[in-house]
Write a protein that binds this ligand. Structure first.
Ligand code: XIL
Length: 392
């Protein structure tokens, strides 16, 4: 149909809004939700995280995505900075904006070892709190926050990054990866039961929210298997775990499509729906050999680690598009298992990778550039469901 004809049809039908420009999520309608994290590094108050998004950025968010995550503002250190002191204004505003534009809202994250103040784990300064005391603090935190937004949060990241990986030598002398529970303060004070408690409190506080376990390095089979077994054991104890979140801070060099498929198979076997919760695909030189997202890393800035300060070469953008498309092909083929794919930011200027694991780089991991223009990766992903993309 010619464009002027379609405009006339729209006007005649009086449904101008339904003729609105389509976005990425329309391509994946019926497959999985497509989302983005909303946030910024512009902290101008010690405890608040104003979003200060420009309208044009919100327009992109509302057109392209149908689920939003608050990148930072629901984290313990921002939302519950002192005993008895909660900041809800920013989250209220964020959730209203998301709801009034039809998004499924994701809450991130209730229990995590990072971005949490020390007082949570202390009776008084430098004196650890008892297990009962910490359990009570956790209950209060989860009941207060998840309770406040009861019925309005589609998915909660209930526990974040409880599992770590290390290298060990197996009986054949081979170095292999082994997963284990991270010895966080949660773990030291409460033991492994803290994970179960968090899920139980979240289920009490918001029975309709789906509850997720979220972590990085989830394309490593040892970690995926450990997480799958952990969730299976929780379920066997009557704890509701509705799925796993794979953070997916990925890179041009990893993971491969077959590595991704391998861990999806592990979660399928364990009957755990999968959410890709924090997707980005870095193109800068790797600062270390790790494939993790440990936020405490801090590698010194060096020119060779920051090659694309002015522009990104076209071949790099093409390689990024091809890698994104190859991974989305796997996700789309597993759409009965995958419930959601959320990008960790909207445009490259917004990405946390500008400051992690090296502060002050010019990163290019997302689908929109700094001028909010679509990158080749956008089209590559858009076309996966129609099969227009061909593997390169
Ligand atoms: C990151 C945010 O993107 C940054 O703005 C913040 O400075 C540090 O945290 N895993 C997670 C996310 O679960 O919460 C982290 O987000 C990235 C790694």
């Amino acid at each position: 149909m010619k464009r002027w004809m379609s405009i006339v049809v729209c006007m005649m039908a009086g449904v101008l809004s339904s003729c609105a420009e389509k976005g990425l999520h329309d391509s994946y309608d019926g497959a999985f939700l497509i989302g983005a994290a909303v946030g910024s590094e512009e902290v101008d108050h010690p405890y608040r995280f104003p979003m200060r998004k420009e309208r044009d950025e919100w327009n992109v968010l509302h057109r392209e995505f149908n689920t939003l995550t608050a990148e930072n503002l629901m984290k313990w250190m921002y939302m519950h900075p002192k005993p008895g002191l909660y900041h809800f204004d920013d989250a209220d505003e964020f959730i209203e904006e998301a709801e009034s534009n039809g998004h499924a809202v994701v809450g991130h994250a209730l229990v995590w070892h990072a971005m949490i103040p020390d007082w949570v784990f202390e009776q008084k300064r430098n004196v650890p709190i008892s297990a009962d005391g910490l359990e009570e603090r956790m209950r209060d935190h989860i009941h207060t926050i998840a309770g406040r937004y009861r019925g309005r949060i589609a998915y909660w990241d209930v526990v974040n990054e409880a599992v770590d990986l290390r290298h060990v030598t197996d009986e054949n002398g081979k170095t292999v990866e082994e997963a284990f529970l991270r010895p966080s303060k949660w773990m030291q004070i409460l033991g492994a039961t803290y994970i179960e408690l968090a899920f139980r409190f979240a289920a009490e506080a918001d029975p309709s929210a789906k509850l997720l376990y979220n972590d990085y390095s989830m394309t490593h089979p040892a970690k995926a298997q450990f997480v799958a077994d952990m969730c299976r054991q929780l379920r066997a104890r009557g704890v509701r775990v509705d799925g796993v979140g794979m953070q997916a801070h990925w890179h041009l060099e990893y993971p491969s499509a077959s590595e991704l498929q391998q861990v999806l198979d592990i979660f399928r076997e364990a009957e755990l729906p999968v959410h890709i919760t924090e997707l980005d695909l870095g193109v800068l030189p790797r600062a270390n050999t790790m494939q993790d997202a440990d936020i405490h890393r801090d590698v010194a800035l060096a020119a060779e680690l920051n090659p694309y300060t002015e522009a990104v070469p076209e071949e790099v953008l093409a390689a990024q598009a091809a890698r994104y498309a190859a991974l989305f092909e796997v996700l789309y083929a597993n759409r009965d298992l995958v419930e959601r794919v959320t990008f960790w930011g909207v445009h490259d200027g917004d990405s946390w990778l500008n400051n992690w694991p090296v502060k002050g780089r010019t990163a290019h991991p997302l689908l929109f550039d700094r001028a909010l223009q679509r990158k080749p990766a956008y089209d590559a992903i858009l076309n996966v469901p129609t099969g227009e993309h061909s593997e390169q």
